[in-house]
Design a protein around this ligand. Structure first.
Ligand SMILES: Cc1ncc(COP(=O)(O)O)c(C=O)c1O
Length: 399
């Protein structure tokens, strides 16, 4: 498969590139690059507007991409898929359009301590605006959620429970179906942040039983600026628009407008047409490999990496010892995460060092940040061996 990813075949600082920053963004296969090129070379036009051939082709490709995303997530209908710029925009959409209409002062928004800033800051902004309250499911020392406290936390004033499927710092895989069921029993709407899961494992919104689910195309082989929000039809239909402009209206007078139905009501202005087409090509690529196979490869690489890194002196690995996503966050006594990451970069190894948009979680563990290695299906055991050698050299160098 590596030959499908031209970017991987290069030297960085005189060494073969090892790309272990997949949780930040993944690389793109030729099929995706080719879909973008072909769209711009043959079909580029605005969608839903022109009565000409190119516009019809662009519209058809864009709406087919929506159908592709719907089937990838097993949504009941393509009308439940809103194209967005990614996870962050999807969550902001729900916070503003759904939260702005349905939440009131003193309602509780339940989150977890492991949320990425994208699934925290939009709720802080909303809570501040309407006087709602935020509450958090704590994270245990082993990086899992303290679910024994959930019944106590899911009181009747909780109107929304938003949580990540896979933690981008700890690798923890949360039991989404169970959390959704318990939230629904308590009368709360659920939002799942699938940024770290959608490209790595089967994600079936009907099986998970969630109300909203957000993901980013660029973390699953798709183009940057692509992504989507899944919303149950009943909820999307009841939500007002959040951005106003072209494409999302039925009729406009100088004083007032009426709006299209979901999902077009939420897609004001010219959308990222090429991004949606590239995302559909990424989905084709991932489905050809098979998500269970990707999850299996993730699990093998991650458990091997944990074993190898644990051999190094003065290392502490964060997150669960057992099942986890393809994410390995650790700290080493020898050096600060930024220094380690720079040392690795000089040897062609791309890691990430810092708080990973998880400042509250880092604070929870009393750390300024971690070094993170995150894997995808094109990574290999040999690359992990090389990483272990480089980190071993770092221990000697910094000591
Ligand atoms: C768990 C999680 N949620 C949300 C995001 C935000 O994704 P994006 O920047 O693509 O909107 C990320 C990105 O790192 C993430 O890891």
């Amino acid at each position: 498969m590596r030959k499908d990813f031209p970017i991987l075949d290069q030297q960085v600082h005189g060494q073969p590139l090892i790309y272990f920053d997949n949780a930040a963004t993944t690389q793109k296969p030729r099929g995706v690059i080719e879909a973008l090129r072909s769209y711009y070379e043959h079909d580029n036009a605005n969608v839903h507007r022109g009565l000409h051939e190119l516009s019809s082709r662009a519209t058809e490709a864009y709406e087919n991409a929506r159908q592709r995303v719907a089937s990838y997530l097993n949504a009941a209908s393509a009308d439940e898929i809103v194209f967005t710029r990614g996870t962050t925009e999807s969550i902001n959409l729900v916070a503003q359009a759904w939260g702005g209409k349905f939440l009131r002062a003193d309602d509780v928004i339940l989150l977890t301590e492991m949320e990425h800033h994208s699934n925290l800051v939009p709720w802080q902004l909303l809570a501040e605006r309407i006087g709602a309250r935020l509450r958090f499911v704590p994270v245990r020392d082993d990086g899992t959620l303290a679910l024994e406290q959930l019944d106590q936390l899911l009181t009747t004033d909780v109107k929304l429970f938003a949580f990540t499927q896979v933690s981008n710092s700890l690798g923890t895989i949360n039991p989404v179906a169970e959390l959704s069921r318990r939230a629904r029993n308590a009368g709360a709407v659920t939002l799942v942040d699938a940024a770290q899961s959608a490209g790595h494992m089967p994600v079936d919104v009907q099986e998970l039983g969630c109300d909203f689910l957000a993901f980013s195309g660029h973390k699953m082989c798709g183009p940057t600026g692509s992504g989507a929000l899944y919303g149950r039809a009943e909820l999307l239909d009841a939500m007002p628009p959040w951005h106003g402009g072209g494409e999302m209206i039925v009729s406009v007078t100088l004083e007032k407008s009426s709006f299209k139905k979901a999902p077009h009501r939420f897609e004001a202005g010219t959308p990222n047409i090429a991004g949606a087409i590239g995302l559909a090509a990424a989905i084709d690529y991932l489905e050809a490999i098979g998500r269970p196979a990707i999850a299996e490869h993730d699990a093998q690489l991650t458990s091997y990496a944990m074993q190898r890194i644990a051999e190094l002196p003065g290392v502490r690995i964060l997150g669960p010892a057992g099942e986890r996503g393809a994410i390995l966050g650790f700290v080493m006594n020898a050096a600060h995460p930024h220094d380690l990451t720079t040392f690795a970069d000089q040897r062609g190894l791309a890691l990430r060092g810092g708080h990973h948009c998880n400042q509250p979680l880092m604070r929870r563990f009393g750390l300024p940040g971690t070094t993170r290695a995150s894997f995808y299906f094109y990574n290999t055991q040999e690359e992990i061996d090389r990483m272990t050698d480089i980190l071993g050299d770092a221990v000697s160098f910094f000591s």
